[in-house]
Each structure stands twice: as C-alpha cells, then as structure tokens.
Ligand binder design. Structure first.
Ligand code: ARG
Ligand code: ZN
Length: 453
C-alpha cells in the first residue's frame, strides 16, 4: 500500500526514498516472496465455499470469507490472489470496490475499518484457477488430474484458489464446503463434518480447527473410496485413487504405527484428525505435508509417510516464521526418517550420516546451498536443505547426545505448538537444553558453504 502512495510524489528522489522506506519492511516480512503478504490485518478464519463443475471445463464457482482483525486503521486492504474472475467483494456485508494486480486483489471498503476491529471480506469468484509454476520449476496451485483436481500450495500456490494472506506465519482455522458431481469425492484438511447431497451433487464439509498456514491447505477431488478409520481416538480419513489402491494398501496401513511412534517421541499428535490422500498425478512428482492429511501424487513408500508425518509437528504445528527458515521443516523431517529407520531395525542415523559424509567436497550441489541459508526461493527444496539439513541434526546429536537431542525436539514441538518459530530460537533451545555453546557447530552445519569439516 505504501508503495502505491509513493507514485503520487512528483520528485523521483522522494519517490525512491519512500520506496526504500517501504521496501525494507516488505523485505523483512518475507524475503523470498516480497510480493506475498498483506499489511494491516491478521486473519482469524477462512471459510471456502466452492462448487467444482467438470462439465463446464472444470470451472469453479466460489465464495471465500476471510475473517480478520485490523492491526491498523484500514482505508484499503489487499489479499494475495492468482485466481479467476472476481465477481464481487463485500466487506462487512457491504459491496466494496476492488482492483486486480498481479497476484493481488486490492479492496476498498465503503468505510474505513478501525484498528483493532474484526471484519469479514467475502470474495465471490468464478472460472478455472491457474496452475502456478514455483521458483524451482515444479507445479503447484490448481492442478487438473484426469478425474478431478489436486490443489496444493507450497510455497505460493494456495492463492491460486483462495484469496488469502499468503505468508506462513499468519495462521488461521479453515472451513471448506466443496460441492462436486455425484460419484466424485472431495477431501480437504481436518475433520469431515457433513456430506449433503441431492440427485446431482454432493457437498463435503471439512473443518481444520487448529491454526494453519495457507500453504498447507489441500483439496483433492476425484474418484475413489473415502475411508474413515481411527488411530486410537484420532479419526483418520483416507482417499486413494482406485488405480493406486492395491499398491497403496500396505504402506498406508503403517500410518497408525508411525503416528504413535512420533507421538511418543515428539509429544502428542498436534491435530484432531489424520489420514492420507493418494492421487494419480505423475507430472507433479512430489508429496506434501498438507495439515492433518498429507497428499501423495504417487504410491508412497514407508519412509515418505514417516517424512510427511514428521512435518505434522515440524512445519505444520510448529510453523515457519519466514521461508528462509525451511531447514526447520525439511532438516527435522528428514532426520526423523533416519531415526525411525534406526529404531525399526534399519541402518542407524549415524551410519546414514557417515555414508553421506563420504560425499566429496567437490560435489558442490550436494553440500550447497547450506541448509540454514537456502539463498533464494528456487533452493527452498534443494537436496542440501533436506540431506545436509538432517546431517546437521545428527551432528548435533553427536555433540550433545541422543537423550538431550530428543528433549530439544520434544520441547520445540511443545513450546511452539500451533505457532511459528525461527532457527535462532531452535539454536537457543538446543544450547539451553544441552548447557553448551553450539554456535560453531550450527555455523558450520547450517551457514557455511561447502562440506563442513
Ligand atoms: N515439503 C514437501 C516435502 O518435503 C516438498 C515440497 C516440494 N515443493 C516444491 N514446490 N518443490 O515433502
Ligand atoms: Zn519435507
């Protein structure tokens, strides 16, 4: 908003000076995606109401309510949105004027919103949401499959179908009401509340009550059996593409044990539902730790289930303050794979570490970028963020011991449950728990380029 005002000044110098004043704030907010995120409010809740119409070229007719609290007086406000045509915007029940800019919906309410007050923006939109190509070249956003849709959003794709404040630290509960033609299923995050139907359509309501980062929203529409089970007292819903059902049965059946194992390790499972989504989308090529219910675009293996389940604590419950902190997600989830193997009769995490440590320093792309400094959004999911990132955790374990490391992870998951945190805080906690100065260890493993000595 402040940059818009800058253009009113006729002198170039003052415009540049104002832009410079505005820019550091934006850059500090989200360095990898400076356009993402919006000032002056915090979201309290999202309600997404959407009808999917495959007979009309896969169009959606949607109505999203964003309930928020103003943190400043708001004459105007913006939302992140790459979605289709906006038909109407209402604020506090009154029609508001709006404009589109790349990735943004700019809204001017009838009257100014007072600082501290709660308000609701309702956006009605219609059309086919776009696929987004993220900085590393992989697809996200609204992805058509041969029998429906996969909507996934790490790091930016959720704004393809939901107008939102698209930064990880602004978390809010989500409510989804998805209407599909009879014969198709719709699955999102959280618990299934109702299924209502008529002769032609069915509406699936899903509710995630725990705060959720926008990038962790998921929607899967397609054919298949939607199965409800229980993991102890935790309800779990699973939708598997019929073509992948046989091959997925064995790995998916391991989820209860994986959830129990990690709940013992990291402290109680952080959400009120669980489950898995398996859908055929070979050109997507990755899995995602969508909150409470990860999605796999191929038949998953046990290790991948362990990885995405670990993210429920590290990434989903304990969220990222900013994207450059991605090591807290991928390093911890990958280390959990190794520790799980160690405790289930496989190679020990130390053996895995030692085998990987033999990779020569000359293999640049294995060691760089350092996991604590991915450098740019195109490296968020670089191999080194995962593998070198897990090696950093194992190096910490070597230094402080297994019990203290597990105490660090457990306290991390407990103290930041349903919140957002950064790497500095992790280092401080590790130092506190171990009563050691770990600055050099973390500097070498997280921040220095090249193979750590
Ligand atoms: N966070 C996902 C995982 O580790 C990977 C996401 C990859 N996304 C991407 N845009 N490249 O399971
Ligand atoms: Zn991951």
């Amino acid at each position: 908003m402040r940059t818009l005002r800058a253009v009113r000044y006729s002198s170039c110098i003052s415009a540049i000076a104002l832009a410079l004043l505005a820019f550091p704030a934006a850059a500090a907010a989200e360095p990898f995606f400076p356009r993402a995120g919006n000032k002056g409010y915090e979201v309290r809740r999202y309600e997404v109401q959407l009808a999917y119409r495959p007979q009309q070229e896969g169009r959606i007719d949607a109505n999203t309510m964003v309930a928020a609290t103003a943190t400043a007086p708001l004459e105007r406000l913006s939302l992140d949105f790459f979605g289709p045509r906006v038909l109407e915007v209402r604020v506090g029940g009154e029609r508001a004027s709006f404009r589109r800019r790349p990735g943004k919906l700019l809204v001017r309410p009838r009257r100014e919103i007072e600082e501290g007050s709660s308000f609701a923006v309702v956006v009605r939109y219609s059309g086919v949401p776009p696929k987004i190509v993220d900085p590393d070249g992989t697809p996200e956003g609204w992805l058509r499959t041969d029998d429906g849709v996969i909507a996934v959003g790490e790091p930016q794709g959720t704004a393809a179908w939901i107008p939102c404040n698209n930064v990880p630290a602004d978390k809010a509960p989500f409510h989804f009401e998805i209407t599909v033609p009879r014969g198709l299923k719709a699955v999102a995050n959280g618990r299934r509340r109702f299924v209502q139907g008529n002769a032609r359509t069915e509406t699936f309501t899903w509710v995630e009550r725990a705060p959720m980062s926008t990038y962790l929203a998921v929607l899967n529409i397609g054919r298949g059996r939607l199965v409800k089970e229980r993991i102890g007292r935790l309800p779990s819903w699973t939708l598997v593409d019929p073509r992948m059902e046989r091959a997925s049965r064995k790995p998916l059946a391991l989820l209860p044990e994986i959830v129990r194992f990690q709940s013992r390790l990291f402290g109680g499972y952080p959400f009120e539902s669980a489950g898995s989504i398996v859908d055929y989308a070979p050109d997507v090529g990755y899995a995602l730790e969508t909150q409470s219910r990860p999605i796999y675009t191929f038949v998953p293996e046990r290790t991948l289930l362990v990885h995405e389940t670990a993210h429920q604590w590290f990434g989903d419950s304990v969220g990222l303050e900013r994207w450059p902190n991605i090591w807290l997600n991928e390093g911890l989830a990958t280390w959990t794979e190794w520790y799980y193997a160690e405790r289930h009769g496989g190679r020990s995490a130390q053996q895995i570490f030692e085998a990987l440590y033999r990779v020569p320093a000359s293999k640049e792309s294995f060691w760089n970028p350092p996991s604590g400094h991915p450098g740019g959004p195109e490296h968020l999911f670089a191999t080194s963020v995962y593998v070198r990132g897990a090696m950093a955790v194992q190096a910490l374990r070597q230094k402080i011991g297994t019990k203290p490391l597990l105490r660090v992870l457990r306290r991390w998951a407990t103290e930041h449950r349903h919140g957002s945190a950064n790497v500095k805080q992790f280092i401080a906690l590790a130092e506190q728990v171990s009563d050691r100065n770990l600055e050099r260890l973390f500097d070498r493993w997280l921040y220095q380029r090249g193979k750590p000595r």
